[in-house]
Write a protein that binds this ligand. Structure first.
Ligand code: PGA
Length: 251
């Protein structure tokens, strides 16, 4: 069965609106060089989501947010609701990124609420899991990923699960230049799929599982060649259209 191939760019807290629009336009301009089979997603900061949606209009590039609020609306100063994100024309939302877990106290409890908000508004979550260096060195990476999936993904209905993207991002590989080897990625992706299968059965075969963490043009092909790796969630290399597109050529 052919799973969706996805290359998603997580711009994090980078680019002012004009730069973001330019980056998005460059991705659109070069998109034709990459196989149509690749689904590209760009995830700019909230401030220019709407301008980037406009910039990619007419192309097959989708736009996602990097987070959403736990609540639907109301007195939550500084928060951005899933409904607002969807109203701009975004299709995706990254949830549970390790930087949000680490710096902003994101927990399975808050993530369950955010997932519910995403689905209630027709957004597809890109749910991130992954262990830190200490956990990897102690051999706990399987248990950590399993818990992050059980505590959140296992609460989804079958219908919601059919509309989910998972990103495995080892924290020790994010922004460090250290990439998991293709074999390390495959090992844990296959394990994650097995965990998903234990709950959702055959539907687990269709869930895209992306690798993230210092993924770049020079290593994408080797990692994407693995059976259970369905693409990448790209940070640093997503800020250069040329590199982002070159990663798509890794398929
Ligand atoms: P990186 O980030 O590609 O810069 O390592 C990946 C991510 O955090 O999504």
């Amino acid at each position: 069965m052919a799973r969706k191939k996805i290359v998603a760019g997580n711009w994090k807290m980078n680019t002012v609106p004009a730069e973001g629009v330019e980056l998005a336009k460059s991705v659109v301009a070069g998109r034709g060089e990459v196989c149509e089979c690749v689904n590209f997603i760009v995830c700019p900061p909230f401030t220019h989501l709407s301008q980037v949606v406009e910039a990619v209009k007419g192309s097959d590039i989708a736009v996602g947010a990097q987070d959403c609020a736990t609540e639907a609306k109301g007195a939550y100063t500084g928060e951005v609701a899933a409904q607002m994100i969807a109203a701009l024309g975004c299709k995706y939302v990254i949830l549970g990124h390790s930087e949000r877990r680490q710096y902003y106290g994101e927990t399975s409890e808050s993530l369950n609420k955010k997932m519910a908000q995403a689905y209630a508004n027709g957004l597809t979550p890109i749910y991130c899991v992954g262990e830190n260096l200490e956990e990897r060195e102690a051999g706990n990476h399987f248990a950590v990923c399993k818990a992050q999936i059980e505590e959140v993904v296992f609460n989804l209905t079958e219908e919601q699960f059919a509309n989910l993207v998972i990103a495995y991002e080892p924290v020790w590989a994010i922004g460090t230049g250290k990439t998991a080897t293709a074999d390390q990625a495959q090992e844990i992706h296959a394990y994650i799929r097995e965990v998903l299968r234990s709950k959702f059965g055959a539907a687990a075969e269709e869930c895209p599982i992306l690798y993230g963490g210092s993924c770049k043009p020079s290593n994408a092909a080797e990692i994407f060649a693995k059976a259970d790796v369905d693409g990448g969630l790209i940070g640093g290399a997503a800020l250069k259209a040329e590199d982002f597109l070159a990663i798509g050529k890794g398929f």
